[in-house]
Design a protein around this ligand. Structure first.
Ligand code: NAX
Length: 333
């Protein structure tokens, strides 16, 4: 029998962690494969985490071989195959962006070191906790034994939101739409771009730009996607959790099982050495990617309009700024 998949969720008693744990325990990442869940929380949340473990037990999932619930990184990160780094510090009153970058940077500095020291060398790391791109960069920078290929950050929720919005505009289900792109940072500067997206309508594949007005695609569509998180907080009183967990599972499933022929998805990855689309190395940037045998590759050579070029520059500049602030505060080179 093959080895069980050891999957870490940090912040496992939080909203997203709670939604993620049950789906992973139920074998969604690799159907049929046994799972050992590693759940990390801060010490004050261990009581709540115990409740999560009780509920997981009560599901009697055939795929769940064990649960490790702890507040110790050396236990949580031991021999893991996949890491969902969700736990982070929310912005508190009076905190500016630099304070937030520093507080979260410290968490990801420790976790980068723990990944390096205790995880499998093949570990797949998905950073969800915000600011996700820069947190992933910090974890990568402090994990001396791992490489850039181990690290990603999540823009799949923005990607899925884009698929759903286009599908709703064209009155089809979301599976009929593909190849939307989220470029850059998981923040308000992200660039939701459908210039290469296609939709299946009445059995024919057509470009989305032939069906939806350009002014909408460059205007209201972009703001709707980038401000969607805020709209959910307003409606629900809490930030996205079910959809965020769903996107995290989609991201890791794609990483494990690959993309379908002719299809790409959005993932934030450390900018490769050949600097695709002129984006400079040193940040974690969301690109259109394909995945084959676990290897993530940027889809290159897509046309870049002047409009897109300007937006790419703005989101790249924001990421470079986050990097300098966080690295300065944490004393990283
Ligand atoms: P919650 O506040 O519900 O849960 C966070 C949990 O993390 C808490 O239980 C807390 O005790 C724990 N935690 C804090 N520091 C920790 C540490 N050092 N080690 C382990 N656990 C720790 O937040 P939730 O709604 O679950 O959101 C989690 C993160 O996801 C936030 O940073 C949020 O901004 C981010 N998001 C990122 C998204 C993305 O697309 N990349 C979308 C959804 C979400 O907003």
């Amino acid at each position: 029998m093959s080895e069980p998949l050891r999957v870490l969720i940090t912040g496992a008693a939080g909203q997203i962690g709670y939604a993620l744990a049950f789906r992973i325990a139920n074998g969604e990442l690799s159907p049929g494969k046994k799972v050992i869940l590693h759940l990390l929380e801060i010490t004050p949340a261990l009581g709540s985490l115990e409740g999560v473990v009780m509920e997981l037990t009560d599901c009697a999932f055939p795929t769940l071989q064990g649960v490790v619930a702890t507040d110790k990184v050396e236990v949580a990160f031991k021999d893991i195959d996949v890491a969902f780094l969700v736990g982070s510090m929310p912005r508190k009153e009076g905190m500016d962006r630099a304070d937030l970058l520093k507080a979260n940077g410290n968490i990801f500095k420790v976790q980068g070191e723990a990944l390096s020291n205790y995880a499998k060398p093949t570990v797949k790391v998905l950073v969800v906790g915000n600011p996700a791109n820069t947190n992933a960069l910090i974890a990568l920078t402090t994990s001396s034994k791992l490489s850039a290929a181990n690290f990603t950050a999540m823009t799949r929720l923005d990607h899925n939101r884009s698929l759903a919005e286009i599908a709703s505009q064209l009155k089809v289900t979301a599976d009929k739409v593909k190849n939307v792109i989220i470029w850059g940072n998981h923040s308000n500067t992200q660039v939701p771009d459908v210039s290469n997206a296609v939709v299946e309508l009445d059995g024919k594949t057509v470009k989305v730009t032939e069906k939806i007005d350009e002014a909408y695609l460059k205007g209201d569509f972009v703001s709707k996607i980038s401000l969607r998180g805020g709209a959910i907080i307003k409606a629900r009183g809490l930030s996205s959790a079910g959809s965020a967990a769903n996107a995290a599972i989609d991201h890791v499933k794609t990483w494990i099982h690959g993309t379908k022929p002719g299809e790409f998805v959005s993932m934030a990855i450390p900018v490769p050495a050949n600097q695709p689309y002129g984006i400079k190395t040193g940040v974690v940037f969301s690109f259109p990617v394909t995945v084959t045998n676990g290897v993530i590759k940027v889809v290159e050579g897509l046309p870049v309009s002047e409009w897109l070029q300007g937006k790419l520059k703005a989101t790249e500049d924001e990421l470079q700024g986050e990097r300098s602030t966080a690295f300065g505060a944490l004393g990283l080179a």
